[in-house]
Design a protein around this ligand. Structure first.
Ligand code: GLY
Length: 329
């Protein structure tokens, strides 16, 4: 036996022999994760959860999973709905441009194996979430950016399109008259879509997609495509995703924090609240919004936001409800 194995055997024996068994075991348990059987079909599933009033996205995810798709197929199908909606000016086609008039998209996706794919600063492609999935599945990499991401997308057969709609262009022309940069809280009650799903096999997946902050500096990347910030999935524990001011989420690695808090026993709601409180305690948050949603391996869901006005959409049993989220302010 190696020294390490000797030490582990000694510790195990000591714990078994000690009267303080109940004290010792929880400490060990908090570091261990029980393998959860994932091959049993659960009739109460799937459950779909997404940021904001994204009913149509949830329905697309539900339909996909109900027809035999995986949680991963579901979140991709869901995220594609606002991406192709010209009236959703925070995501994909129709998204508001940066200060120089470029629509630049960020997205990521994670599956139940812990695989992750992402694109940042992707231009001219309507469905960055699907490009992110191809990065995950077809390349040795996790994240492609800018010109390289576009080159890869075109090689994969995605169509090059103009994403700047006349509505978003007109608003940008208007904005340029003052060029005042002031992110708005709950911009028209929608923003980045983060979408989470658990399928009938109890497998989790998530996706997050955005055009980022309106009139951002050229080159700015937010939280949405970054694993652990805008999205995190751990199939043994749960998943979480974020919406709102990406800089606040990036600095606090919010989604990873939520999953780790759930690992330690927090409910999804408690974990989301603590992630928001980290921002409150450490960052300048006044007049900015961040909202988190989370789901654990049992399909229990929760959410919390900095400012009031954040809602999420939940679909189970083929019914979608919009839920108002508790907030700090
Ligand atoms: N949460 C989206 C962004 O800040 O880009």
């Amino acid at each position: 036996m190696t020294n390490d194995t000797n030490r582990r055997a000694f510790l195990k024996k000591t714990i078994q022999n000690t009267a303080g068994l109940s004290l010792a075991l929880p400490i060990l348990n908090s570091c261990q994760s029980e393998p959860i059987p994932s091959n049993k079909v659960d009739p109460t599933l799937p459950i779909i959860l997404s940021t904001w009033n994204n009913k149509k996205a949830n329905q697309a995810a539900w339909d996909t999973i109900s027809k035999g798709g995986t949680a991963l197929d579901g979140v991709e199908a869901g995220a594609r709905i606002p991406e192709e909606d010209p009236n959703d000016q925070s995501v994909g086609y129709g998204g508001r441009p940066d200060r120089d008039g470029n629509v630049t998209l960020d997205a990521c996706i994670m599956n139940s194996n812990g695989d992750y794919g992402a694109v940042t600063y992707l231009q001219h492609i309507k469905h960055p979430v699907s490009v992110a999935r191809r990065v995950m599945e077809e390349t040795p990499h996790a994240l492609l950016s800018g010109a390289g991401a576009l080159k890869f997308a075109l090689e994969q057969g995605f169509e090059k399109e103009n994403l700047l709609t006349s509505k978003s262009k007109q608003e940008w022309e208007e904005w340029k008259k003052t060029s005042e940069y002031k992110p708005k809280v709950n911009i028209e009650l929608h923003d980045t879509i983060g979408i989470l799903a658990i399928d009938k096999q109890k497998n989790l997946a998530g996706a997050c997609t955005t055009s980022g902050l309106a009139y951002k500096m050229q080159g700015r990347i937010g939280d949405s495509p970054i694993a652990g910030a805008g999205l995190f999935v751990d199939n043994e524990i749960g998943c979480a995703t974020a919406t709102g001011m990406g800089e606040l989420v990036l600095k606090s690695v919010g989604s990873f924090l939520i999953v780790e808090l759930m690992r330690q026993g927090a409910t999804p709601a408690e974990a989301c609240k603590e992630a928001v409180m980290r921002i409150v305690r450490k960052q300048n948050y006044e007049e900015l919004q961040v909202g988190y949603i989370a789901m654990n391996k049992s399909g229990e869901v929760g959410a919390y936001s900095l400012q009031s006005g954040f809602v999420y959409a939940i679909t189970s049993d083929n019914q979608t409800r919009i839920v108002e989220v508790d907030s700090y302010i």
